[in-house]
Design a protein. Structure first.
Length: 95
């Protein structure tokens, strides 16, 4: 099975990238995932916390290499463009 992803990034990295795109400083509080998971479990939201706090990361480098192709655009540049000009991203849709 091949997964073709455009960007390998953690959630904090994505939030920081979005902040840079709009020239805003991001403030992420370092809260241990175990603490948030336990609090969510106590509120009956353990499964939601697992999905939210767990990692989902696809690295497409091997797929791109195996297929012998290069990504058609720079994902970080596209992220910045989408934030700076959402009306353009909305009109063009997925690339």
């Amino acid at each position: 099975m091949l997964h073709i992803a455009d960007l390998t990034v953690s959630t904090p990295e994505l939030i920081r990238e979005l902040g840079r795109s709009i020239d805003r400083k991001t403030r992420l509080l370092p809260v241990p995932p175990a603490l948030m998971t336990r609090a969510a479990q106590m509120l009956g939201r353990g499964e939601e916390a697992r999905r939210l706090l767990g990692s989902l990361e696809l690295d497409s480098a091997a797929s791109w290499h195996m297929l012998g192709i290069e990504p058609p655009f720079d994902p970080r540049a596209e992220l910045h463009a989408a934030v700076q000009h959402p009306e353009v991203a909305e009109k063009t849709g997925d690339r």
